[in-house]
Write a new protein. Structure first.
Length: 190
């Protein structure tokens, strides 16, 4: 009788590396579209800011959930994934339901901080085992920083909110876009 096959850490790492580029590129595209819209929106109303911010948060929550499903972390509480992704989605829904700048600033900013801290923790866990750890950690730092920025400029108006959110989204788009394309290239080379 043959000995059972063992899957070591490199086999698992190679399996999810082949798929990590998909959620990274999805998140990069969502962030890029949102960021470009915010750049060209000259005088946004509170309703426009709430609509754009809400749609972005919902899409970012879906992307975070997808990323977390692709990257297996043994011993990392799965409930944190649900809480972080749900915070983004619920922040987006709240922003859509209430066209108030303070809602986007406080609820959306808090959701981004929570999701960003989750990603920083996920990135720290991956840092020693895979290069994606640095990308996930940096994406988390950008999200948390954007969330703090939203909270700080919450009373300056819709233009300031979309400026901070759009700037963070564009930086996230560049980071995850380059990482996603790199991982896609690596996956095709195998």
């Amino acid at each position: 009788m043959a000995a059972p096959l063992r899957r070591d850490a490199t086999d698992v790492s190679l399996a999810w590396t082949a798929n990590i580029w998909k959620p990274f590129l999805y998140r990069a595209c969502i962030a890029a579209v949102f960021g470009v819209i915010t750049v060209f929106l000259q005088e946004p109303s509170a309703r426009a800011a709430a609509l754009l911010g809400g749609l972005y948060l919902i899409s970012a929550g879906a992307g975070l959930g997808w990323t977390a499903r692709v990257i297996p972390l043994p011993g990392f509480p799965g409930s944190l994934v649900g809480v972080a992704a749900a915070a983004l989605v619920l922040g987006g829904v709240f922003s859509l339901a209430t066209p108030v700048e303070a809602g986007l600033a406080w609820v959306g900013g808090s959701a981004l901080v929570l999701a960003g801290l989750y990603e920083v923790g996920q990135g720290l866990r991956l840092r020693g085992t895979h290069a994606a750890g640095r990308d996930v950690m940096l994406a988390g730092l950008l999200a948390a920083g954007t969330g703090v920025g939203l909270i700080l400029v919450g009373n300056l108006g819709a233009h300031a909110l979309l400026g901070v959110a759009g700037g963070g989204a564009l930086m996230t788009a560049v980071l995850l876009g380059l990482a996603g394309l790199g991982y896609r290239h690596d996956a095709r080379a195998r």
